[in-house]
Design a protein around this ligand. Structure first.
Ligand SMILES: *Cc1c(COP(=O)(O)O)cnc(C)c1O
Length: 396
């Protein structure tokens, strides 16, 4: 048999095998298909493909075998019927909005979402007549109060960035469905290795594959996972027409990333938990925000909703901005960059980078303290990461 059937296998098996369709060359590893178009056997076949009467490839803006393998594998891991791969995480969000909404519709979104998503909603989605309201992630009554008859989507990330707040996906899915809306969860921080939003009632999962799915900071890409109608028709329809498609090379890198995703996410989580405990015990640290700590306000929810706590640890040091910069500037191992989901540990000071353009008031409202530092814990020796942070912490 040339195709791997996706039925009834465990997560680890699907991560390695799902979506592979071996060609007549009998290759063991998945091939890359760098081709923009496909050849037909006859004029009649070409006509049938274009009419949609016969399935098959036409053009790589629509479908490509390497991209399809990535899509089928990620769909299997998230437990969704369909996955559409996109050029970036941002184009996954854009394709979802464009594919499912029209002027007059309304989105209720968590306030604590990726900065570019806020800009996308405010600067580009709103002028096309789709209104967006922002609410605090963990305040269920605020979500309910923001609903209007024309609300179509609820949008969130959990854990949030950089404060690691946890949304109750099941409760928000119930709220969404009671009002005829879909719940969209950006699952870039946990990945299906640690959290499967569709199984908790969410309708659509969004990914920035750039982060943990790649896992080694090489390629930019994204994906939308969900049912055959919303994703297979709505989102795919926009993608094939507008063209923010994933390249076959990037799809190949991501699908190789999926094979080791669970092992990496567990290693990121283990390193992060150890670092969080180290920081919590350090006298120069005011607070540590990590869902794996019993001191985290939603620790119990994180324990039931996620199978691991992820790789992002945030903490507030004494001494405000000066204290935080002291820690950042004394690192020799951590990379000073806002990216995350890499084997290499990264460190950022949100108040002066990702949230630097907010006013002091907006920053306070978003809970971004001057002493806040976010670390995306990589796969280096955690003892070395601790040593790297301790150098600056001892100077405070
Ligand atoms: C990075 C990121 C995005 C955007 O993804 P790109 O691949 O950079 O376009 C969206 N959501 C979250 C949570 C992210 O971390």
């Amino acid at each position: 048999m040339m195709d791997f059937d996706n039925d009834d296998w465990d997560f680890d098996t699907l991560a390695v095998r799902a979506g592979q369709h071996r060609t007549g060359e009998h290759e063991h590893a998945e091939p890359i298909f760098p081709t923009s178009s496909y050849v037909f056997d006859s004029a009649a076949q070409a006509a049938a493909r274009f009419r949609g009467d016969e399935p098959g490839n036409i053009y790589s803006r629509f479908t490509n075998p390497t991209v399809r393998t990535f899509e089928e594998r990620l769909a299997a891991l998230e437990g969704g019927a369909r996955c559409v791969a996109t050029a970036s995480g941002m184009s996954a969000i854009l394709a979802t909005v464009m594919g499912l909404l029209q002027a007059g519709d309304h989105i209720v979104s968590s306030r604590a979402i990726f900065g570019s998503t806020v800009v996308l909603f405010n600067k580009y989605v709103k002028p096309f007549g789709v209104d967006v309201d922002f609410v605090p992630l963990t305040d269920l009554s605020a979500w309910e109060a923001a609903l209007r008859p024309e609300t179509k989507l609820l949008f969130l990330e959990t854990p949030s960035n950089p404060l690691t707040e946890i949304a109750d996906i099941r409760a928000l899915a119930e709220l969404a469905h009671a009002h005829g809306c879909k719940l969209v969860v950006d699952n870039a921080f946990c990945t299906p290795a640690l959290q499967r939003p569709l199984a908790l009632g969410a309708d659509i999962v969004i990914h920035s594959a750039t982060k943990y799915i790649d896992g080694q900071g090489r390629c930019v890409g994204g994906a939308v996972v969900g049912d055959a109608e919303a994703v297979g028709e709505g989102v795919f329809g926009f993608l094939r027409t507008a063209g923010p498609s994933m390249s076959p090379f990037n799809a190949w890198v991501f699908l190789k990333g999926l094979e080791t995703l669970r092992l990496r996410m567990e290693a990121h989580s283990a390193n992060a938990l150890r670092l969080a405990r180290f920081l919590e015990a350090h006298p120069a640290v005011e607070t540590v925000l990590y869902p794996g700590l019993p001191s985290h306000p939603q620790h119990e929810l994180a324990k039931v909703q996620q199978s691991g706590f992820g790789g992002i640890v945030s903490f507030v040091v004494h001494g405000g901005r000066e204290g935080a910069w002291t820690v950042v500037d004394h690192t020799r191992l951590c990379s000073i960059t806002a990216n995350l989901g890499d084997t290499k540990t990264t460190i950022t000071h949100p108040a002066t980078t990702t949230h630097g353009r907010l006013s002091d008031e907006e920053r306070a409202e978003a809970g971004i303290a001057d002493g806040l530092i976010r670390v995306a814990v990589g796969l280096e020796s955690v003892a070395d990461i601790e040593k790297d942070l301790a150098r600056g912490l001892e100077k405070i």
